[in-house]
Design a protein around this ligand. Structure first.
Ligand code: PLP
Length: 384
C-alpha cells in the first residue's frame, strides 16, 4: 500500500501517464505560440486542435463548441454571467440550486447585486433537485437554468436530462456544472440537452489550471476576456498549450477507462458505505444510496468535530476531506449539508471519502479498520 492513502479524488486527482506524455514536449523542445504563422506556431495550433477534438468526442460535442478555460471555476463563472449579460435584453431571472459549487453560487450573488433575480431551488433530503420545481420557478424573464450534473460533496446525480428537456421546451439556456461527473460517469451533452457544460482537467487525471466550457452552437454569450482572437475571440490570451494537450489526452483516456473503472470504484464505495454504517455507531450516509457518483461516500458522525477527525485520519495516513476542499478550513458548515436538512452539529461532523482510479480494496479495508477506532477516541476526548 502506498502511503499516505489518498481518498480525496473529488478534490483533485494525480496526473495520468497519458496526460503527462502529451504535455512533455510542450514543457521542453516545443514552445511555439499557437497564433504564430510559422511552423512552430502551426505545431502548437495543431496540438490544440487535436485536444479540442478529444474533449469534444468525450462529451458528444462538436470541436467548434469547446472553449478552453483555466478550470471549472472559470467555466462556471463564464457560463453564468456570460449568458446572463449576453441575454440581458430577454430577461433578468436565473434559476439555480442551493447545492451548487461556489463557482456557480458566487457569480449568481454578484448578478443579484447587478439587477438580476436568482431563484435558489431547495433539494430533498438526498440532495435531489425536483424538475417540477424547476418548471414552477420559470418566469417570462428567465434566461438561464444552472443545475449541476453531480454534487461534489454528497455525490448526488441530478436529473439533468429532465431539466434539459424543460429548458428546451421553454427555449431557455441550460448550463450544467459537470466538473465532478465528466470522467466518472458517461456524459453526452446532446442527451442531457445542455447548452453549456463546465469541466475541469484536474478532476480526471489531467493537469490543474485547465478546463473547458462547452457552448452549444447558437448560444448567446458575452466574451469572457477581450483581447486577441484566441478561442474565437471569446476568451482572449495566449493558450496554455501543455495543459490543453494534457486535458485532451486525459479526456480520451477517461472515456476509454470509464466502464471498467467506474464499476470497480462503485463496488469499493459500496463496501466502504456498508462497513462504516455497520461499524461506526451514530453514523449516517449523506446523499442517496443509488444515483450517486461511483467514487463518493459522504458521512456524518454524531458528536464528532469534522476537522478533528480529518486531522487524526491524516496522522494515521489517510487523506480525506470534511466537505468540499474550498470550504474546509472555514468554520461555516457546508451549505450542501445544510440544504439536505442537517443541523449545524451534524453538518460539522462530516467526512467525505472519495475513491478513484488507484484506490484498492486494501486501502478501503485499512480505512474501515482505522475509522471506528478514531471516532471512538475522539468521542472519548469529549467525554462521550
Ligand atoms: N464545480 C464543482 C462541482 C467542483 O467540484 C469544483 C472543484 O472542486 C469546481 C466547480 C471548481 O473547479 P476548479 O477547481 O477546476 O476551478
Amino acid at each position: 500500500m502506498k502511503a499516505p492513502i489518498y481518498l480525496d479524488y473529488a478534490s483533485t486527482t494525480p496526473l495520468g501517464e497519458a496526460a503527462a506524455e502529451a504535455m512533455r514536449p510542450w514543457l521542453g523542445e516545443r514552445f511555439g505560440n499557437p497564433s504564430s504563422v510559422h511552423r512552430r506556431g502551426r505545431e502548437a495550433q495543431t496540438a490544440i486542435g487535436r485536444a479540442r477534438k478529444q474533449v469534444a468526442a468525450a462529451i458528444g460535442a462538436d470541436a467548434s463548441e469547446i472553449f478552453f478555460t483555466s478550470g471549472g471555476t472559470e467555466s462556471d463563472n463564464w457560463a453564468i454571467w456570460g449568458t446572463a449579460l449576453g441575454n440581458r435584453d430577454r430577461g433578468n431571472h436565473i434559476i439555480t440550486t442551493a447545492i451548487e459549487h461556489h463557482a456557480v453560487l458566487n457569480p449568481c450573488r454578484w448578478l443579484e447585486k447587478n439587477g438580476f433575480d436568482v431563484t435558489y431551488l431547495p433539494v430533498d433530503g438526498e440532495g435531489f433537485v425536483s424538475p417540477k420545481q424547476v418548471r414552477e420557478a420559470l418566469t417570462d424573464r428567465t434566461v438561464l437554468i444552472s443545475v449541476m450534473t453531480a454534487n461534489n460533496e454528497i455525490g448526488t446525480l441530478e436529473p439533468a436530462e429532465e431539466i434539459g428537456r424543460i429548458a428546451r421546451e421553454h427555449r431557455i439556456c441550460f448550463h450544467t456544472d459537470a466538473v465532478q461527473a465528466v470522467g466518472a460517469i458517461p456524459i453526452d451533452v446532446r442527451s442531457i440537452g445542455a447548452d453549456l457544460m463546465s469541466l475541469s482537467g484536474h478532476k480526471l487525471h489531467g493537469p490543474q489550471g485547465i478546463g473547458a466550457l462547452y457552448i452549444r452552437t447558437g448560444v448567446r454569450i458575452d466574451p469572457l476576456l477581450r483581447g486577441g482572437a484566441q478561442e474565437r475571440g471569446l476568451r482572449a490570451g495566449t493558450e496554455n498549450v501543455a495543459a490543453i494537450a494534457g486535458l485532451g489526452a486525459a479526456m480520451a483516456e477517461s472515456v476509454h477507462a470509464l466502464p471498467e473503472r467506474s464499476a470497480r470504484v462503485a463496488a469499493l464505495r459500496d463496501r466502504l458505505i456498508r462497513g462504516v454504517l455497520e461499524n461506526v455507531p451514530g453514523s449516517r450516509l449523506n446523499g442517496p444510496r443509488e444515483k450517486r457518483l461511483p467514487g463518493n461516500a459522504s458521512f456524518s458522525f454524531e458528536n464528532i468535530e469534522g476537522e478533528a477527525l480529518l486531522l487524526r485520519l491524516d496522522l494515521a495516513g489517510f487523506c480525506c476531506s470534511s466537505g468540499s476542499a474550498c470550504t474546509s478550513g472555514s468554520q461555516e458548515p457546508s451549505h450542501v449539508l445544510e440544504a439536505i436538512g442537517l443541523d449545524r452539529e451534524a453538518a460539522g461532523g462530516s467526512l467525505r471519502v472519495t475513491l478513484g482510479a488507484e484506490t484498492t480494496e486494501e486501502e478501503i479495508e485499512a480505512l474501515l479498520e482505522a475509522l471506528p477506532r478514531t471516532v471512538a477516541q475522539l468521542r472519548q476526548l469529549r467525554g462521550i
